[in-house]
Write a new protein. Sequence first.
Length: 120
Amino acid sequence: MQIRSFLRIKIMAAGIFNKLKKLISVVDKGVSWMNDKVVKPIMPITNALLQSLGPAGSMVAKGISVGSSAVHVLFGPNKQQGKQQFRQDFKTFRQDDYLRKKVPIDIISKRIQLLGDEFQ
């Protein structure tokens, strides 16, 4: 009796993990598709619009670019190229004048560096 219960639980667990694996695969493909088909094509227009709003808009545009690069690293086909692009975008974001003036960068810089190190 106990063996049957154990086997049923084991089969149920395997089924649950299989469904989770499929769900993660679907989410992975969806995020990649969204980044490639929606975010990247509108980035030139978005950058121009946001930069016309001044320094804060420019910072937001750089943040979107960093996010897009991070998605490419996590879900993209060429992870090495994605890492290089992420590092460059992240460095550009960190060096933004508006960010340095308006945000206590010394406090946040260490946290940002830790995040950047995770992608190396």
